[in-house]
Design a protein around this ligand. Structure first.
Ligand code: NAP
Length: 329
């Protein structure tokens, strides 16, 4: 059936300015790393994307290698864009990335200009787009001069193949250097995409300060720790969960007894606050004004709906924050 977007889609989402740029992003964005490949059911992908856009999510995050197989999430997204979202292209912020292994030989991964330019051309073709809104370098490359990688991002923006440039997984010091080079080139870094959740807090050791100083936005990925910061694993490992899937990146070995203890304690606190653990985990990140958006995943529409409730989370009291710190040590 032809899709018509919900007229009320902008009524309930919060939009936050991305660093010191002109771009605003929804407080909750959707990533297509898992659940959108050729191994997944296309109609479920469609239902998740429709619900997202109808709920005010304007930002969808991809990468060249998302699937499996690699590239298939971009292909599926391209198909759904064409079938459902083509009239809404100017309401969408679509990002993709290059950095991890995508094709064989010396030009299929890391950070050379050759790889980044070729990879984005392939991504645009798979998605049926003339440009993406944000193009990221996906991970730092220890062997390519940072100047070359950043000048590739600058070139891509000047060519009009991306509107903004971003970096992902860069430690604080390298992020500062990358931002300085991009600024000098005249293509300021828009955004950094690090892994950040209650269970993964490395960004608090300097990166967030660098981003604030540089006026760069921050969009934490895996904010639910791939599902661990939800009720998913409270009663064992469900057969349809990421931890059970052979292609899932969450390994069963990560769900230790100590983890489950923490999850239970956090879940109890969330219940006292009148919400679920997923909402509390997302609200905990969003309480920091340096966080532009939380980049979540969902394997079905109900999960997305549930996570979006974080926009109604009560403010944290000092006591609640203290309890959380006590659980996370
Ligand atoms: N830049 C990078 O290097 C990088 C790396 C990783 C991810 N990312 C980006 O970040 C995005 C999000 O990553 P992620 O999928 O790991 O995020 P996440 O939000 O931490 O985990 C999503 C998973 O949690 C479970 N879930 C989500 N909402 C739930 C709810 N309300 N109740 C119960 N379970 C729920 C689902 O797992 P089940 O499948 O078990 O149902 C879902 O697939 C990716 O799609 C990608 O765009 C970027």
């Amino acid at each position: 059936m032809t899709y018509l977007a919900n007229d009320a889609r902008y009524n309930h989402m919060e939009y936050r300015r991305c660093g010191r740029s002109g771009l605003q992003l929804p407080a909750v964005s959707l990533g297509l790393w898992h659940n959108f490949g050729h191994v997944d059911v296309l109609e479920n992908c469609r239902a998740i994307l429709r619900l997202a856009f109808d709920s005010g999510i304007t930002h969808f995050d991809l990468a060249n290698n998302y699937g499996p197989p690699p590239g298939s999430a971009e292909e599926n997204f391209g198909r759904l864009l064409k079938e459902d979202f083509a009239p809404y292209r100017d309401e969408l912020i679509i990002s993709t990335k290059a950095g991890y292994l995508m094709w064989p030989g010396p030009y299929g991964e890391w950070g050379s200009k050759k790889y980044l330019v070729s990879s984005l051309d392939q991504s645009l073709q798979r998605m049926g787009l003339d440009y993406v809104d944000i193009f990221y370098h996906h991970r730092p490359d220890p062997d390519t001069p940072l100047e070359e990688t950043m000048s590739a991002l600058d070139l891509i923006v000047r060519q009009g193949k991306a509107l903004y440039a971003g970096i992902s997984n860069y430690p604080a010091e390298e992020a500062a250097k990358a931002c300085a080079i991009l600024k000098q080139l005249g293509t300021p870094c828009l955004i950094h995409q690090p892994k950040y959740s209650m269970f993964e807090r490395w960004v608090e050791g300097g990166l967030l300060d660098v981003l604030e100083q540089e006026g760069v936005g921050c969009i934490p990925f895996s904010p639910l720790a791939q599902g661990m910061l939800t009720d998913r694993y409270l009663k064992g490992i469900p057969a349809d969960s990421r931890a059970s899937k052979s292609h899932g990146f969450l390994k069963e070995s990560a769900i230790t007894e100590e983890r489950i203890e923490q999850i239970r304690a956090l879940h109890n606190l969330a219940t006292q606050r009148g919400e679920g653990l997923a909402q509390m985990a997302l609200a905990w990140l969003l309480k920091d004004p340096r966080i532009t958006s939380v980049l979540i995943g969902a394997s079905r529409p109900e999960q997305l709906q549930n996570s979006l409730e974080c926009l109604k989370s009560p403010k944290f009291t000092a006591e609640e924050l203290r309890v959380i710190e006590g659980i996370l040590v």
